[in-house]
Design a protein around this ligand. Structure first.
Ligand SMILES: [Zn+2]
Length: 354
């Protein structure tokens, strides 16, 4: 990353009365354009942002409810950023009209809603989780890796943001009806939801991400969400997630273990999808066409590998990195993550009391 800092290209006229029919795709591409990221244009559409403080990646209502202003996010370069400063530039339209509604929706969810969970809920929560993941990544792509050495470039290469286009299009569905057809699942992502018990010892909030695996897991209060921007591949492997525990009640430390397992799985993904899209004035259509293997490794049955082999040794390292509470008790003498707090030897959920 030795590119000199360039100003964003002049904006095409996308004012409301002159919207071209393919404006969703244009806005997405403009938002992901590396020069626009470097110039700190609106993270959702690439337009001139407001002069205000920008959009809180961890929503204000959530920070308020769980007193998170001074909690910190660990960035890829090892630095820590307080949530209060974890903000991305946003224009007035995106901040107010586009994002306001969904924040309102998610802020009203509770553990009881998990029991009556619908595909509509999944869609709303999925794109809300995608917004946080894209926001974190945008922040990493717009911050210098080392303030004293600007030539080294950003923490996350802005030109790699293009890989986020699928997640980004999900966010554009607030703007226009976006019609997704996925091969495996209802939606082009994996989402598992949990209802959580309370245990003040472990706090009422935890957030973890795997940027390269495009996974984000978050628990707050009595809700736990695990999201992977994998086109639904984990979901296809396990409809109800690890040990079939989705939509059940877990203890917070069980959710933290589960989150680490989902992040590890997302790092093993060895395939992506091919998509086609079409846009007219009213609808954006996005069709998942086929699974495209990366390494083209063949499995014994001749099919292509979609996930690299699961290793208990690697999982032990993942438990440690994500600081799963008491992870050392999940690892055996050989250094393998041979134990779990999720299910017993009969595969039944373990109940942990506060
Ligand atoms: Zn915008």
């Amino acid at each position: 990353m030795n590119k000199p800092l360039k100003l964003a290209k002049p904006m095409p006229d996308l004012s409301k009365d002159r919207l071209p029919a393919d404006y969703v795709l244009r806005l997405t591409k403009r938002a992901l354009e590396p020069n626009n990221i470097i110039a700190r244009q609106c993270f959702l559409c690439g337009a001139q942002p407001t002069s205000g403080k920008g959009e809180h990646v961890i929503p204000k209502w959530l920070q308020k409810r769980f007193n998170l202003w001074d909690s910190k996010l660990g960035l890829l370069n090892g630095s820590l950023l307080p949530y209060r400063n974890l903000r991305v530039p946003a224009c007035a339209t995106c901040n107010g009209e586009v994002l306001g509604k969904t924040e309102n929706y998610v802020s009203k969810l509770s553990a009881e809603s998990i029991l009556e969970w619908s595909t509509d809920n999944s869609y709303e929560v999925g794109r809300w989780m995608a917004k946080i993941l894209v926001g974190i990544l945008y922040k990493e792509a717009s911050l210098l890796n080392d303030q004293r050495q600007p030539a080294l470039g950003a923490i996350f290469p802005p030109d790699a943001m293009g890989e986020m286009i699928m997640l980004h299009l999900l966010l554009q569905s607030w703007r226009k009806l976006v019609h997704f057809s996925a091969i495996h699942t209802q939606h082009p992502f994996t989402l598992y939801v949990y209802s959580l018990s309370e245990d003040i010892q472990y706090g009422s909030f935890n957030l973890s991400t795997n940027i390269f695996g495009k996974s984000i897991c978050m628990r707050f209060g009595d809700l736990g969400f695990a999201f992977v921007g994998d086109g639904g591949l984990q979901h296809e492997m396990a409809d109800l997630g690890p040990y079939n525990l989705a939509r059940q009640q877990l203890h917070p430390i069980q959710f933290d273990e589960l989150a680490a397992r989902i992040h590890y799985k997302s790092s093993l993904r060895d395939a992506t999808h091919r998509y086609i899209n079409a846009e007219d004035a009213d609808t954006f259509r996005f069709q998942q066409m086929a699974v495209i293997p990366y390494t083209k490794t063949k499995l014994p049955d001749g099919s292509d590998q979609v996930f690299k082999p699961w290793s208990l040794k690697q999982l032990a390292g993942v438990f440690e990195i994500y600081e799963v509470p008491g992870f050392e008790y999940l690892i055996d003498e050989a250094g393998e993550a041979a134990f779990t707090r999720l299910v017993n030897e009969n595969g039944q959920k373990i109940s942990i009391k506060a």
